[in-house]
Ligand binder design. Structure first.
Ligand code: AMP
Length: 428
């Protein structure tokens, strides 16, 4: 082996003060904070599930024919059990809902999450092997207000972060009976044009034909203009819910466009489907997607459908979009106090004072090594400290310390006995 280990391709470290292309952890924490705050305001409760799940849950929950399950799962065996690093959280959350009998709790369940997900995709801008999703689910009702509420909380997060240039697209996929009928009609229409399709679409024609509607290939888009339209196959209930959802979004002033070609990659969606895009982040432009998934519960072993709707969004893409919009992001937190020690006795004294000030709630830093005054002052500047305390062996004999106010540049000698109290009073 040559050199040191590196992160696996498609994964990355988060570092304080990091430069692009790495994400600064300060930005990450700011975004997480906004997500928690907005979710809390909308009455969603946080849920954290394990990163490891049974492979069967994901395979059955997402569908064997999807790209995720057929090509992108990180799985491994231990004994006779197969484990998967979760590629998304909707199936795990439905598992948790069923496992903990949350249907017995009063009212609908509003749940939200933030956490890492794993997919063995070809890494590129906006597409990673370890990425992070946040999202929300409302479980236990088929009321279209739940669909509108999930979209509203999602939009509120982007609005709070002042991200503009997003576009919301919505569609309805109909119910469990609609889709097979539409699928048949679509396959019938496309089969004579098989040779004109790309290799991927030819594969999809037999495995997952609805995904062809998603195509970005111009010639295929033209071909699809005359294809059967999903909307013509929709049952009355689905149509009614869709109209209600549109009305609710309009009254909430959430703008959207209807996109009859919008289908979701995942198999368990019924009725509402939506996607949020951003124009400034390149080819991987989807910030978030979601919809209704009443059929997920029976797919993973429940005896009956459980009406549910949710969204899932990518953290990395959100941060890419914030960077592209040049929005001001938080810097590293400044220090209240930076201790400088010149000499070993001063070093011990400074260390004790440091802990006293921290215990009182101040953010205090110091170098652990006896470097020159100049070098330590440079660190104090980098830490943006408000006050710098300088302890030197010589002044300690007189029980004095120097305090420098970095804002005004004023410097004073303070008796050691009063130093901690003075600083705490000034800075707390
Ligand atoms: P999905 O579960 O595929 O609908 O994904 C929901 C959101 O997660 C997408 O809109 C993206 O923002 C994000 N996402 C999905 N896959 C990846 C990935 N491999 N890398 C980064 N973000 C992703």
């Amino acid at each position: 082996m040559k050199g040191t280990f590196q992160t696996i391709e498609g994964t990355s470290d988060l570092l304080s003060g990091a430069q692009r292309p790495l994400v600064r952890i300060e930005v990450w924490r700011h975004v997480e904070h906004v997500i928690h705050t907005v979710m809390h305001r909308h009455g969603f409760a946080e849920i954290r599930t394990p990163v490891l799940e049974p492979t069967g849950l994901v395979a059955r929950g997402i569908g064997e024919l999807t790209d995720i399950v057929s090509k992108e799962m990180f799985t491994f065996e231990r004994g006779d059990t197969s484990y998967v690093l979760r590629p998304e959280l909707t199936a795990p959350i439905m598992r948790a809902y069923l496992q903990h009998h949350m249907e017995q709790k009063p009212g609908v369940q509003r749940l939200y999450y933030i956490g890492p997900c794993f997919r063995a995709e070809r890494p590129q801008k906006g597409r990673y092997r370890q990425f992070h999703q946040f999202g929300a689910e409302i479980i236990g009702t088929d009321d279209p207000r739940a669909d509108a509420e999930v979209i509203a909380v999602m939009m509120d997060i982007y609005r709070t972060l002042e991200l503009t240039k997003t576009q919301l697209r919505i569609n309805t996929l109909g119910d469990a009976e609609t889709r097979p009928r539409f699928r048949k009609a679509l396959v019938k229409y496309l089969t004579p044009h098989r040779e004109a399709l790309t290799k991927i679409s030819r594969e999809r024609l037999s495995r997952n034909p609805l995904r062809i509607l998603d195509t970005k290939v111009e010639a295929e888009r033209v071909l699809l203009e005359d294809a059967p339209r999903l909307l013509d196959y929709i049952d009355e209930d689905s149509r009614g819910s869709y109209e209600a959802l549109k009305g609710l979004l309009q009254s909430l002033s959430i703008s959207f466009v209807e996109d009859p070609m919008l289908v979701r990659g995942l198999d368990y969606y019924t009725q509402t489907a939506f996607e949020l895009e951003h124009a400034g982040i390149g080819a991987q432009s989807a910030l978030a997607g979601g919809g209704r998934y009443d059929l997920l519960a029976p797919a993973i072993g429940a005896s009956h459908p459980v009406p549910a709707v949710g969204f899932a969004a990518g953290m990395e893409r959100l941060i890419l979009a914030l960077e592209a919009s040049e929005l001001l992001m938080p810097e590293e937190h400044p220090f209240d106090v930076w201790m400088i020690a010149l000499g070993e006795t001063a070093g011990r004294e400074a260390f004790l004072l440091l802990q006293t000030l921290r215990a009182a709630g101040l953010r205090v830093g110091m170098e652990l090594g006896y470097r020159s005054m100049k070098a330590q002052m440079r660190l104090a500047n980098r830490a943006s400290a408000q006050q710098v305390v300088i302890l030197a062996d010589r002044e300690l004999e007189a029980e004095l310390a120097t305090v420098k106010d970095m804002g005004t540049g004023e410097q004073s000698m303070v008796p050691l006995a009063r130093l901690a109290d003075n600083l705490i009073k000034k800075l707390n």
